[in-house]
Design a protein around this ligand. Sequence first.
Ligand code: GLU
Length: 483
Amino acid sequence: MAGPRVRFAPSPTGFFHVGSARSALFNWFVARQHADGVFILRIEDTDADRNREEWVDGIIAAMQWLGLDLDEGPFRQSDNHPAHERSVEQLIAGGYLYFCDCTGDDVAARKGDNKTPGYDGFCRDRHLERGPTTALRFTTPREGHTIVRDVIRGDVDFANATVDDFVVAKSSGAVLYALANVTDDRNDRISHVIRGEEHLSNAPKQIMLWEALNRVTQVDVPLAVYAHLPLLVNEQRKKLSKRKDPVATESYRDQGYLPEAFVNYLALLGWSPRGDEEIVPLSQLVEQFRLEDVSHSPAFFDVKKLAHMNGEYIRKLNPEDFLERSAPWVRPWSAEWRPTDQGPRWSESQFDEGLFARVAPLVQERITTFAEIAPMVEFFFLEEVIFDDAAFDKAIRSDVLAQTLLAVAIERFDEVDWDATSLHEATIEIGEAFGLALRKAQAPIRCAVTGSLVGPPLFESLELLGRSRTLQRLNDALARSSQ
Ligand code: GLU
């Protein structure tokens, strides 16, 4: 038997939603599980009012970032317009469609208080001719049931009476989503339609159209298998909101998430690999994934868990990979790709590649995203320390003891052996003299040297920064505290 033919069919109406990325990934899994599986990208760009070319570029770039390579496409649905029109003509000829000139207001006025959703079938038997204001509706059977055979949900039964006579083409001639989508799926011989749950209610309409097209064309294309993926929800168990939740896949790339971590996390949204381990290499995800095992309960898109997972992936990188993958965030001027957000505050001439290579292992242990690197290490490359004012006020300006401690540290650090261990020991001793634990004793030192109270391990950092720059900064901070 030939392998599956699957498609990802996004509409370019906004940022590349994480839910869409999950749909793309699950389709890709199904294709990649078979040597002859085919993964197609079809951009459903027929809604000219809502589509933007930059969103198309965003989808393609994000899929490349995630490594979801294509076997066919990207196709543009708008290029298939002749085929959509052909479907319309064939369905008219087959008696499946009728012309309708009702406006939304007409329908509402007729319905009055009757709240039954959808069209009331008014024009069904009026036998109108095509005209400048006539849309085309599908004659939905009034009796019987349409069963959506869904791999994830089982058979979902729709009473045909609950499906209204939906519009397939507007009076302008524009062919609407349901028919354009089915025409393309049939022509592309799609075997599995894998998409978000929000499309489940479209499925009976699309099955009716698919079967009607099979009859009118006398080409019996086997109906695709459906799989409607569970909804993604936020912490409050509400559907992810485009405005309030961080749903743009692009933003994760720009913050410095690793695509392999992001893919691994997406795979867990409604599905789980075997065993307890959630960090699973891609090849195993592909091998183990089964549409049948996808859950139909809503999946929590947990940004904290995603961040944690990204941190784990970062720590697993070998040092050379870490340096290479850091490049866009630390030396954007020579990187092939750079994040759209603001880059580091140092310039090319201030950046010291060799120093960064030595600093890198310190940050690799601590960050959750690559965007965190620059603020954490900028004190190595900038001439002047950029102070977090609140931290400075708390750790130095308002604390006379801390200022005295700094003065003592300046003397000790002038003669101590310049390595992390000696600096560490010296600071313990200084702290003891003041009755302070190491954590307290190192706070004003860290703040004076780095501008902040958090950052990479202090003594290793001081070793790398060097004696003279460290002493200079301790002196400057002391001077600053009395200004
Ligand atoms: N263009 C539709 C969307 O982006 C795709 C629906 C489908 O996959 O059938 O929601």
